[in-house]
Design a binder for this molecule. Structure first.
Ligand SMILES: Nc1ncnc2c1ncn2[C@@H]1O[C@H](COP(=O)(O)OP(=O)(O)OP(=O)(O)O)[C@@H](O)[C@H]1O
Ligand SMILES: [Mg+2]
Length: 334
């Protein structure tokens, strides 16, 4: 595991009650888990969707922990062939939780095998090769699939329909993130001044992963260049060094807005053109950058492409050209 991932894993809440925020999903989930426990059965399959870093993997681990069930972890891209999935499915123990990350990236044959396994608890194992090959149906013990996806829209309806519970994670509020960093500071055994916690929380793009990462960078700054204290001054300086601005936007966020307002004169411009302009993959821009910019009112998704909202021009200190896409008179069109 790369060091950042290890650091992240150390800060993961282990139980539902330690999981900060996402009140709605947490309530729904605890109901599903309690009901299953009361019936003494494996709960229905669950799907978690939402932008990166909001807690999907964390919740999947919590689900297994709350069920006191073993957890098997795999991901869509890791399953190249249906046979890979058959091998996993046929070795599952009763009640096991199978976590499939990036489930929208499963190959089609594996996806079809998964439908059947999820619904009928059966998998067809192919034995032999070529004309002599036969498929043997194998019954599976009850188990629970927990799927995670940053792109729920890409999941085919038949797969989506086989989940008894779909939880949508949304960006966290500043209060919740303050609580996240406060708890992380305790785990890291550092003293964090409350004003520093507030500063970090408000600049974390609504994302616990980013809040924890910024906390570690503030700690670095405090140890190396500061007095060791994680106070407001250290937070501000560290965030300046790491080019996180007062709205929490990082270099890449600003690159997208600059391209949009500069090169494309406010848009609308196609997503892939915009991605090429900032040297990123389309998927990165769509899943990691765009959702927060949309939610904060910097960027508009229009039928003809992405456009800069007035707040984008303002944030970059630019004057929107008269009649630019997204300036107030045209907003009503979308
Ligand atoms: N509700 C929460 N409370 C406290 N910490 C959280 C919470 N949600 C996430 N975190 C922290 O954020 C980190 C990232 O969360 P996680 O890995 O679960 O995100 P993810 O949704 O799976 O992201 P990705 O889509 O990139 O896989 C975790 O290591 C954890 O420390
Ligand atoms: Mg994850």
């Amino acid at each position: 595991m790369p060091p950042e991932r290890t650091a992240e894993a150390a800060l993961r809440p282990r139980r539902l009650e330690e999981f900060v925020g996402q009140q709605v999903v947490r309530d729904q989930l605890s109901l599903v888990l309690d009901a299953a426990a009361a019936r003494g059965r494996a709960p229905e399959h669950m799907l978690l969707s939402g932008p990166p870093g909001l807690g999907k993997t964390t919740l999947a681990m919590i689900i297994a922990a709350e069920l006191s069930a073993p957890l098997r972890i795999t991901s869509g891209p890791a399953i190249q062939h249906a046979g890979d999935l058959a091998a996993i499915l046929s070795s599952l123990d009763e009640g096991e939780v199978l976590f499939i990350d990036e489930i929208h990236r499963l190959a089609r044959p594996a996806e079809e095998m998964l439908y059947i396994a999820m619904e009928d608890f059966r998998v067809d194992v192919v034995v032999g090769k070529g004309v002599g090959a036969t498929s043997i149906p194998l019954d599976l013990p009850p188990f629970t699939v927990v799927g995670a996806t940053t792109r729920a829209g890409l999941l085919p309806a038949p797969l989506r329909d086989r989940f008894g519970f779909i939880g949508h994670l949304d960006f966290y509020g500043a209060e919740e993130l303050r609580e996240v960093v406060r708890r992380s500071a305790v785990r890291l055994e550092v003293e964090l001044e409350d004003r520093a916690a507030i500063e970090i929380a408000s600049r974390s793009r609504g994302t616990p992963r980013i809040a924890n990462r910024l906390l570690r960078r503030v700690r670095d700054w405090a140890q190396v260049r500061g007095s060791g204290a994680l106070d407001l001054g250290a937070a501000k300086e560290a965030l300046r060094v790491y080019e996180v601005d007062d709205r929490g936007l990082d270099r890449l966020d600003r690159a997208v807005l600059s391209a949009l307002c500069g090169r494309f004169a406010g848009g609308p411009v196609g997503l892939s053109t915009l991605a090429v302009a900032v040297g990123e993959e389309t998927e990165t821009v769509e899943t990691m950058i765009e959702p927060y910019l949309v939610r904060e009112g910097f960027l508009l998704r229009t039928p003809r492409g992405r456009a800069a909202a007035p707040a984008a021009w303002e944030h970059l200190g630019l004057e929107p050209p008269a009649g630019a896409e997204g300036t107030p008179p045209m907003l009503g069109r979308f």
